[in-house]
Ligand binder design. Structure first.
Ligand code: PGA
Length: 255
């Protein structure tokens, strides 16, 4: 079975002091749980601090983005090897980056390849907008995002895929577990199986993201094809994030 995984996407939030206190609280509450990967994704300037704060625990660190190029005259950008010195994971293709910063399936593909080459685990984000869902295009959009992002990627062993319907992100209104499972156990899993074969595809952790909170997490985790969560707003509240991690571990039978 794919390893249960819960990642917190802090987005552009927290001060240095808040980042330290959040990481310290989480280290105390979820630093030593076995059988489930816990990943904190703070803003770039706090990666080092957060990494040092959780050092010695089994909490992983992730970045929220990176450039695909190795080095050079790219003012303001961060390379895969820079990220890999501090992180285990990198979130790629988040819908906010697609909508606000011009990320395309092609650039996400370059980033996934570069992340893997640098030894990082990409958390590849896919998901349809409300307009796409209402037009009946959710499946085809997500299928295209998956196949394009993974074009040329031969090995699935370090991949994590997050299904985040855009209309559920930051709205306080999550998708239903059934709707998420329809996409995740459907078009996402089908494409992964077509690309990598069933045994390897079934080892890829599939995370649901979009307004996950302590109240909604259980229903998502009860779906067999959902192995964890990518959490935005609730990841900034240490009790909420710890609750989401513990519920996931409990439902998946690893704690
Ligand atoms: P949210 O964000 O939990 O605040 O909806 C999720 C995400 O964007 O990863």
């Amino acid at each position: 079975m794919a390893r249960p995984t819960v990642a917190g996407n802090w987005k552009m939030n927290t001060s240095l002091a808040e980042a330290k206190s959040l990481a310290r609280d989480l280290r105390a509450s979820i630093g030593d749980i076995n059988g489930i990967d816990r990943v904190l994704c703070p803003p770039f300037p706090y990666l080092m601090l957060v990494r040092e704060t959780v050092a010695g625990s089994s909490i992983g660190i992730g970045a929220q983005n990176m450039n695909y190029q190795e080095k050079g005259a790219f003012t303001g950008e961060v390379s895969p090897s820079m990220v890999a010195e501090l992180c285990d994971y990198v979130i790629l293709g988040h819908s906010e980056r697609r909508a606000l910063y011009g990320e395309t399936d092609e650039s996400v593909n370059l980033k996934v390849e570069a992340a893997l080459k640098a030894g990082l685990k990409p958390i590849l984000c896919v998901g349809e907008t409300l307009a796409q869902r209402e037009a009946g295009a959710a499946e085809s959009i997500v299928g295209k995002q998956i196949t394009k992002a993974l074009d040329g990627v031969e090995n699935a062993s370090s991949l994590v895929v997050a299904y985040e319907p855009v209309w559920a992100i930051g709205t306080g209104v999550p998708a239903t577990p059934e709707l998420a499972a329809e996409i995740m156990g459907g078009v996402i899993q089908r494409n992964l199986i077509a690309l990598y074969g069933e045994p390897a595809a079934l080892e890829v952790p599939l995370l649901y993201g979009g307004s996950v909170n302590p109240d909604s997490v259980q229903g998502f985790m009860e779906q067999g094809c959902i192995h964890g969560a990518l959490v935005g707003g609730a990841s900034l509240k240490p009790e909420d994030f710890a609750h989401i991690v513990r519920t996931t571990a409990g439902v998946k039978g690893v704690s």
